[in-house]
Design a protein around this ligand. Structure first.
Ligand SMILES: Cc1cc2nc3c(=O)[nH]c(=O)nc-3n(C[C@H](O)[C@H](O)[C@H](O)COP(=O)(O)O)c2cc1C
Length: 129
């Protein structure tokens, strides 16, 4: 599923950036328009997001904090413009802080075109047969 914000982000890149930066600076948890009532039928969650302002978008925290994630297995995946690994690490720390009770595995940081890395990650983590 694609997480949809209740208030859509501005389509203008700079305006979107300002909204996203304020959300991060204030550690906000923006409301989700299409939040599933329950995720209890899922054991494993692959959660993907773009790097925004050196970490994950705050709405990823909104999603994770909405559920009891006890015994869930979470695999974050992301990419960014710079592919700066420190920003990736920040985002994984953010996911871990917000995924209470879950096991958060080391994430995947790869561009969509890097199918070799993506396939390797899925295989190494037993996510494909
Ligand atoms: C609000 C916003 C903040 C962003 N912040 C960063 C950032 O801190 N570091 C970075 O490398 N890229 C940043 N980006 C770039 C996104 O990570 C990039 O757009 C995303 O991974 C999708 O890639 P694409 O635009 O090539 O589809 C930002 C993009 C937006 C819209």
């Amino acid at each position: 599923m694609e997480i949809q914000p209740e208030t859509p982000y501005p389509t203008d890149y700079n305006e979107c950036g300002e909204v996203a930066r304020a959300e991060r600076d204030n550690n906000e948890r923006p409301a989700i328009a299409n939040l599933p009532e329950s995720i209890k039928e899922y054991d494993t969650i692959l959660i993907g997001y773009p790097i925004w302002w050196h970490t994950a978008p705050m709405i990823i925290g909104s999603f994770l904090e909405s559920y009891d994630l006890t015994d869930k297995e979470v695999y974050p995946f992301t990419q960014s413009a710079s592919m700066d690994t420190e920003q990736f690490d920040n985002s994984i720390a953010f996911v871990r802080e917000n995924a209470d009770g879950a096991t958060v595995y080391d994430g995947l940081f790869a561009r969509p075109s890097d199918t070799e890395t993506i396939d390797g990650y899925l295989e190494n983590n037993g996510l494909v047969q």
